[in-house]
Design a protein. Sequence first.
Length: 361
Amino acid sequence: MQLLTLPATPALATSIRATAQVFEDPASQALLAHLQLIAPSDASVLIIGETGTGKELVARHIHQLSHRHQRPFVAVNCGAFAESLVEAELFGHEKGAFTGALTAKAGWFEEADGGTLFLDEIGDLPLTIQVKLLRVLQEQEVVRLGSRKSTPINVRVLAATNVNLEQAIDAGHFREDLYYRLNVVSLALRPLRERPGDILPLARHFLKTYRQRLQHGPTALSECAEQVLIHHPWQGNIRELENVVHHSLLLCRNQTITVQDLRLSPSRSRRQDCLTPQPAAHTGQDLLHRAFRKLFEEQPGALHETVEDALLRTAYEFCHQNQVHTAKLLGLSRNVTRTRLIKLGALSVNTRRTEASALAY
């Protein structure tokens, strides 16, 4: 099992970030394969996902797989600073640049020189700072607040957001040119409810971690409790799962965590009873039949090509635009898959160039 964890710090106790990430679910395995391809390059990466899905963990893994792994990895929460201090924090300041600037100080870009700078919650940056950030990315140099001298930097930028930046652009809250500068490569992290194969490995990891911290005896999840965890919607994603396991261990009076120990809110849970779910294949088959019937009613005639194209597009998206995994998922050769993607227009010239560049590193 591929397991990623954050370095232990006191701040994690009150953080909403995910502290662990696994890649057991097929969707997660496809994501892992994709990031292993792009990690060795110096391309900027935009990581998109809900709060608590493990965006920082993925960023750290990209850094570890890159040639910069022996240089600093600096994580900055863009939403954690007052607007008046963002520029000084990112780009640094000279002595006397503003009230309270008693000494000169390097910004986070200089601190990350030679390594990777992770800008979390990039959508929270004020527009005035977005302009300056774009210039830094283009020129690869920073100018400290209160200075006229530029400082060359060599930094790979990974950015993350839990908001739709395209909607933010339409609303005038985010610069389009900065979006395309950051979005050379895009990684979409699925919420935990859409990758159920990761739930129990994560739950067992957290159970082991908190057993050790609390000096608790051997404890396991009951089969019924496992089923409830798998079918819970997890709006808080991995961090919510960690909190539930921690709380359940505190309540557990024997060596087995039961459904009653989980204390999941009924309003947030899809299931209130421990029921044996139908096999996924039967459920999927039923949904597929319904979808086909509806399609036949709405668009009769000449549907074979439409369905085939839709299947290929959906599989390509599911596999995070990875041709090899798409071909494997559909049982096709890579050449056939690639030819059909090009015919559909799903594989653009820029995409082909990006993949070729990633493979060249």
